[in-house]
Design a protein around this ligand. Structure first.
Ligand SMILES: *Cc1c(COP(=O)(O)O)cnc(C)c1O
Length: 643
């Protein structure tokens, strides 16, 4: 869409369409008639919160952006939807078995998040998946339900295994999943020594094809899992050690964010057959764990592209249930309890990151005054500008031609400058005139014109950098590390046509610290439609669907620490909220200490230096005091820019 300066015929529904909100936001986010983003934390079960009003309330409590707002009701709703989808599929295919999920802790280890999931998941015996000793500790301390599964994945040393064995004695249901061939020996030895064993699972290294970023999670070179021959050896070893009775679960995981349902189906068929074989080898089995991978439609395009999925939650559940049933039935093998380790699908929606824009780099758009002796490229540009201004009707092809000319003359000016024929000030004139041409052309483009390829250059020329009060490395690391796309959009002014194209630059001094890829219905674009800044009203941007993985993957680049975070719960009335938890972000002192600096020592050193400056008359006592005050206060404050 080409942007024009007019406010005519804009509406909130056009904003919803432009930012894709009506596709990826369902059923949690929408726009109200005031042009604000609205959150429906319970999905379509009623109740909503105006995000802008919410933010105002938080600011009144001294909680300013950048701010991570977690909607615990959404987390709950996701959990409910997952279970409802499996329940429907199980009924529809007359499965005759159950679904019993676990939450992979690595997806979001925050205490309030895991606690909440455990508490709310209790009625489904929802369990946890751990991938390390620390995560196992979380899982052990937070689960009380003896029927909830505690899946133990990841590399396992003796202590990890023994902890799991003892946890079974405590009344937990730990399943130690053998992921590496040598783990079986450690399990056997630990079981002998302790005179007890854990429940045992095996992870299959599937050969089925895969796609997407995590495609290498399957196949012969996958990091985890047992090949078929290793699996057979493992079964034999367990049998000899009298532990086959404890082999209860087959696990596979073909990578996160599976985009294409066909890939999942292949894997399910392969795993289903392996499951049947394992029962025929004498293992009691009973559980088939299909791992994670249930994807999120980040761009709302419903395609098999990286930021999307070509299936719904219900499609996923249907395929798991139907395929496993098809594998078991012909062999008369009882269907297993189905387990999934869906992390992304549960945790993505519930947190919204809101950040403010500090300012933007504009392009000089005013026509510069005429000077004497202007060189040829500059004169040519002035003529081009006149031509555009004199156009009778908005003729796109003539405007296209004028823009091409302007670019050529700008390049001419650069060439002449390099050769020493024109001066710096004259080249600056040429640049300024080029921007003026671009502005004049874009203002004349007809409303709703589809962008012609060549005019993209014009859009780029007019684009601005919006300076964002955040660190991409801290709050959206996957956008930098793996080109992940998250929906980004202003959370207000949505009744107003966005007339400016731009991208975001963050606070770090790293040129990678930017958000410059945006969802575009299955494709991506490098510029986002934004509003021109209003000096009287802060401009607020929301980053959505980032509740999974971002917090723990975020780092301290440039020593920007965690942002403030709040947990919001919809009140019973449905239009108000309760602030359940407030988690203050890192202070400057916090991040300094993480790097082994001693804030007190730093202050003392600076005090000494300023004392010397006072002695040598280069600093007044009152200025020294001001400096020390600034330093001391910053230590206790956020690492982000203050309001
Ligand atoms: C990461 C991981 C998961 C979670 O995957 P999602 O795609 O977030 O659901 C589940 N199981 C295993 C073994 C994993 O490594």
């Amino acid at each position: 869409m080409v942007l024009t300066g007019t406010e005519r015929s804009w509406s909130v529904s056009r904003s919803a369409e432009l930012y894709g909100l009506d596709r990826w936001g369902e059923p949690y986010f929408s726009i109200n008639s005031r042009g604000h983003v609205v959150v429906q934390p319970r999905g379509d079960r009623g109740g909503s919160l105006d995000l802008v009003d919410l933010l105002k309330g938080l600011e009144a409590r001294d909680l300013h952006p950048p701010l991570l707002i977690r909607f615990d009701d959404i987390l709950e709703d996701r959990l409910e939807r997952l279970h409802a989808a499996f329940d429907r599929a199980i009924a529809h295919y007359d499965y005759g078995g159950r679904y019993q999920g676990v939450f992979p802790i690595k997806c979001n280890q925050q205490r309030h998040v895991v606690e909440h999931l455990v508490e709310r998941g209790n009625r489904w015996n929802f369990g946890l998946e751990a991938g390390s000793k620390a995560e196992l500790l979380i899982a052990l301390s937070l689960t009380q339900n003896p029927d909830a599964l505690l899946i133990c994945n990841g590399y396992k040393d003796r202590r990890y295994i023994e902890t799991a064995i003892l946890a079974r004695r405590l009344g937990h249901k730990p399943v130690v999943v053998i992921e590496q061939a040598d783990e079986v020996e450690r399990i056997i030895a630990a079981s002998k020594d302790l005179g007890a064993s854990p429940f045992i699972g095996v992870r299959a290294k599937l050969s089925s094809r895969s796609t997407g970023r995590w495609g290498s999670s399957v196949g012969d070179r996958a990091k985890f899992g047992l090949s078929l021959s290793e699996m057979l050896q493992t079964v034999r070893a367990l049998e000899q050690a009298d532990l086959l009775e404890d082999l209860r679960l087959l696990h596979f995981h073909i990578g996160s964010q599976i985009n294409d349902i066909a890939v999942l189906k292949d894997a399910l068929q392969e795993a289903g057959q392996i499951y049947v074989e394992l029962t025929q080898l004498g293992a009691p089995m009973g559980f088939l764990d299909v791992g994670g991978g249930l994807g999120i439609d980040y761009d709302g395009s419903r395609t098999a592209s990286a930021a999307s999925t070509n299936y719904s939650l219900q499609n996923y559940a249907n395929d798991v249930v139907a395929t496993v049933r098809e594998c078991c039935h012909p062999h008369g093998v009882p269907v297993p309890t189905l387990v999934s380790e869906s992390g992304r699908a549960i945790a993505s929606h519930f947190s919204v990151l809101v950040f403010n824009v500090l300012g933007c780099s504009g392009t000089p758009g005013e026509e510069p005054d005429e000077e004497t002796d202007e060189p040829l490229p500059v004169r040519n540009l002035r003529e081009t500008l006149e031509r555009v201004r004199n156009l009778e009707s908005p003729d796109t092809s003539l405007m296209q031609e004028a823009w091409n000319d302007a670019i050529k003359f700008k390049d001419d000016a650069l060439a002449a400058f390099r050769l020493g024929y024109i001066r710096l000030s004259q080249r600056a004139l040429a640049e300024q005139l080029t921007w003026t041409c671009a502005k004049e052309i874009s203002q004349r483009l007809p409303d709703d014109e589809i962008v012609h390829d060549d005019l993209r250059g014009l859009q780029r020329a007019l684009a601005c950098t919006y300076y964002a009060n955040l660190s991409v490395f801290r709050s959206a690391p996957d956008t930098w590390a793996i080109d992940q796309l998250f929906p980004l959009m202003p959370i207000h002014r949505l009744e107003e046509r966005p007339t400016q194209l731009g991208h975001f630059a963050d606070l770090t001094c790293d040129s990678d610290g930017k958000l410059a890829r945006f969802i575009d219905g299955g494709q991506t674009k490098s510029l986002l439609e934004l509003h021109t800044l209003d000096p009287n009203e802060p401009y607020r941007i929301g980053m959505f669907l980032g509740g999974a993985y971002q917090e723990v993957m975020g780092n301290l680049h440039n020593l920007f620490g965690s942002t403030n975070a709040v947990h919001i719960r919809l009140s019973d009335r449905g239009n108000d909220y309760e602030l359940d938890h407030v988690l203050r972000g890192d202070t400057n002192a916090d991040v300094l200490k993480m790097m082994e600096h001693d804030p007190e020592l730093l202050l003392e050193r600076l005090r000494k230096v300023s004392e010397r400056a006072i002695q040598s008359d280069s600093l007044s006592i009152s200025d020294a005091r001001l400096l020390m005050d600034h330093l001391r206060l910053s230590l206790g404050q956020t690492t982000y820019l203050e309001k």
